[in-house]
Design a protein around this ligand. Sequence first.
Ligand code: AMP
Ligand code: MG
Length: 412
Amino acid sequence: MIALDEAQQRVLSACPVLGAERRPLAAALGCITTERIVASEDVPPFANSAMDGYALRSDDVASAPSALRVVDSVMAGDGRAVEVGVGEAVRIMTGAPVPDGADAVCMVEQTRTEDEGRRVVIEVAVGPGTAIRGPGSDIACGAEVVAPGTELTPAHLGVIARLGLETVCVHRRPTVGVLSTGDELREGPGALERGAIRDANRPMLLALLGAAGFPTVDLGIVPDDEATLRRVLTDAVATCDALVTSGGVSVGDLDVVRMVLTDLGGPSMHWMQVAIRPAKPLAFGLLDRRVPVIGLPGNPVSSLISFELFARPALRRMQGHRDPFRPTLRALADHDLPRRPDGKIHFVRGWARTDAEGRLHVAASGGQDSHQLKALADANALVVLEDGDGARAGDEVRVLVLDGHRLGQPDG
Ligand code: AMP
Ligand code: MG
């Protein structure tokens, strides 16, 4: 057996980081930047009002109350040259350029108008600079706004758009081919003949990949037939950056998957027995010396857990993520989570939720056998139980929150 972190490092270190491409901002969410973006201008570009109110000279309103003559009105987008003289005020809306001569804005709530709006009484003393957003007060010209290696969030895209940029240089996302192997696999409606089951892994893995932001190619179900598998994999290597297969990697399996992968992957192929439960067997290598293939076990629960622990991080690394692993959280076990020492890390399907005080709790969800996918559908997290005797009710345990799930709502 090989330790989990060792197996993960073996996979990650062999995966190539893909090169750069330029993408429109609308297609760059979640991508990892390869360039440093520096502001070429001040944002905002001009001093503008942070409030609806009156632009004025603070010297005129050093004591309260004081009355000023209203000489003009400016809205956001108004580019006229407007001036505020001694004893004067200009009605101003949020975002409008501050008129020349003015050095402060008094919010409308602290004023009242007289003489049908021709005069305004400022009811408080207003210091210089009040409610004015200076040029560059968000981003100063010359400042770095995005470092290389940044995972682009919606707010990053807003910042980049603010600077007038329409595209951004990012790592290419791997296109991932997915196939299920097994003579027993069918899909769709219709009666199943004896011995046949429906393919659960491919729809699940395609969804996991989609949720992680990777473009996918559905390579279908491939029977345990050497020639067919060889043809599908050989074709896929030409169009995909990585391949995820399920089935045929356990020790007792028909040798077809092993034979074909060994042939196409040569000495790069590793057949690992990882010290985890479920999902012990894992195949990994490079086809054609460059396309990573991750061979997940066929049992659906093992397939998903193995995807989470190996495939997702590997593909994220290819996409340029510096830290491709999911963070784990700490939660309080609601009940005993017993296990026996066996040299493995155990992953227990569970439901994590916050209590009224905001503390995270977790309880196991349903049957824990590796074919029992339903219990995983009823789970939103995996409890990580290190080798040993497990955890007692009230113990703090590590949980890994799964894709597509929110943490449970507070109870009570
Ligand atoms: P294998 O890893 O091919 O030995 O398969 C282990 C178990 O998982 C067997 O019970 C298979 O029938 C089952 N299995 C394999 N692939 C799939 C799949 N795509 N969907 C559902 N079950 C599968
Ligand atoms: Mg099989």
